[in-house]
Design a protein around this ligand. Structure first.
Ligand code: RTP
Ligand code: MG
Length: 143
């Protein structure tokens, strides 16, 4: 199995709901390690650029507005199969479809305000980590 890094965002709804600790608990209990973290208030350019792949989709403007509606907590998670493991514990995009016990089932209110983001491939993870962090902001967890 591959040791991987993935990009996590705790979205404005989950930060506003004081669910950072509960969501970090899910990451750590799953064996993922937090190797970088920062709270940020995204602006139009930073939020829009992050979701540029969706720029032509009908929900894009609402998605960008939502991501700017309050601070987010951006993290890098590391571990065996981190990308797929993180997506598994997040649950489906629409919380109505999310499996019981997943983060979105427990903390998301709608498809538009769905608590968390996770990279969906190795290519996305590499792009998204470097979008928010320089290499020296990502820490080695050797002990
Ligand atoms: P994310 O990128 O935020 O982790 O979510 P995801 O991979 O599960 O879903 P994605 O297809 O990448 O969509 C990004 C975000 O756009 C909103 N969305 N709305 N109304 C809709 O049909 C629709 N589809 C997607 C969601 O908030 C989703 O998280
Ligand atoms: Mg996505």
């Amino acid at each position: 199995m591959a040791n991987e890094r993935t990009l996590s965002i705790i979205k404005p709804d989950a930060v506003a709901g004081n669910n950072i600790g509960a969501i970090y608990d899910r990451f750590e209990k799953s064996g993922l390690k937090i190797v970088a973290a920062k709270m940020m208030q995204l602006d139009d350019e930073k939020a829009g650029g992050f979701y540029a792949e969706h720029a032509e989709r009908p929900f894009y403007n609402d998605l960008v507005s939502f991501m700017m509606s309050g601070p987010v907590l951006v993290s890098v998670l590391e571990g065996e199969n981190a990308i797929a493991k993180h997506r598994d514990i997040m649950g489906a995009t629409n919380p109505k479809d999310a499996a019981e016990g997943t983060i979105r089932a427990d903390f998301a209110s709608s498809i538009d305000e769905n608590a968390v983001h996770g990279s969906d491939s190795a290519e996305s993870a590499a792009r998204e980590i470097s979008y928010f962090f320089s290499e020296d902001e990502v820490c080695a967890r050797t002990r």
